[in-house]
Design a protein around this ligand. Sequence first.
Ligand code: UD1
Ligand code: CA
Length: 457
Amino acid sequence: MDLAAVILAAGKGTRMNSKLPKVLHPVCGSPMLSYVIDAVTGAGVSKIVVVAGYGAELVSREVEGKAELVIQAEQLGTAHALSQAGPCFKDFSGSLLVLCGDTPLIEAETLVELVERHRNTGVAATVLTAEVADPAGYGRVIRDGQGQISKIVEQKDASPAEILVREVNSGIYCFDAAGLFDVLKQITPANAQGEYYLTDVISIYAGCGQGVRPVVIKNPREFSGINDRIQLAGAEQYLRSRVLEDLMRAGVTIVDPNSTFVSRKASVGRDTVLYPFTFVEGDTIVGEDCSIGPGSRLIDAIVGNGVVIQNSIIIKSCIGDNCSVGPFAYLRPETRLGQGVKVGDFVEIKKSLIGDGSKVPHLSYVGDATIGEKVNIGAGTITCNYDGENKWPTIIGDGAFIGSNTNLIAPVEVGRKAVTGAGSTITKNIPSGALGIERAKQVMVKHWSGRKKDSKN
Ligand code: UD1
Ligand code: CA
């Protein structure tokens, strides 16, 4: 039988106090909505509809290619939100999962179980519920004598006795799509918040003898909704430890999980060690046997095997096997290091290719350069790649030796095994094997220190 999902995500999320729609706030580097989309995809849905409202344009960019979007122009309540998706399900008579976009911790397996239980019992609606220690803020699940659900009351509408109920509504449901959108039409906003409550579907079904079943979730954490930035930080912490535990089980050493941050999309190879205060962000891929950190940030980077990175920032760059980077290096986008390259302290590299075995050990700026193999770049060397209007390339051949404090005024080319004299400002190409030196003759002023002393007296 067919399975589809509707994700309610039109709310502004007032308590986030943000310009960004709530469901786009990131958790471990990905918007919370993307987790919900992944969970329903993992549960095997054939179609996903996202109901957007506040910031719909931004939401539509996020779901593009993954889900259909419908707009709820005014946020009149969860029932009203779901009814906006009605036209997408005119010819659909399978099971329909309904979830909120602000519950990123939900797992696909839990949804699979919900759908299975729903189908096995043959009822019109099944609600994922949980017993929690503190039910504050959630709708309370009121059961009848047979263990079925007779209604769900929102906290603001609950009687003193109902407030005490500790079984709460997760906001995650499985419905038979057939008839559901007609039932939604019967819902009125006659309640404390003046909203069209989706939870009223439950009492309508129960009232006409259609059983509504609960499925009690094992780990209530999975549906904790995120309403403010405190809960956002809580979800971040929970998901982060899940990501780190998966990595540790897969053979990665994480010296201090409390100060290590790895995005959900990143991958790290076996026997790599992550030292404290290290951030592995975006789609970063780190190979095996690396030592990363302390104090490093990798954003969308590709790192080979056996690489050492200390106190450095690497953005959209590719680092070959057995390279050593840092301490205090800054690799900017489109940098590619071959194998066994050393980039040392206080070195910035931008959009450059550095060949196997080459070294940029200290205090350099290398931009728009193509550097061959086994090149040594002396301390303080700068590629002067920008003339105020355009960026120009520097090319350095295999085995060249760039003396300390060389200024390479681009566009310029240094041939294979060529050498530059320390302190030179190189403006002309240097042929292979030649020495390029540009240095004023040293002047000697005799008895200089004596003269200084004399003038003081
Ligand atoms: C809802 C449930 C409550 C449940 C809780 C679980 C109702 C009436 N109550 O309450 O029983 O315990 O979720 O987290 O359903 N939304 C729209 N359009 C709207 C209103 C809301 O798309 O007009 C979306 C929001 O963006 C959000 C979700 O629906 O993703 C839930 O809305 P929210 O206002 O957070 O509902 P709760 O008060 O948390
Ligand atoms: Ca909520």
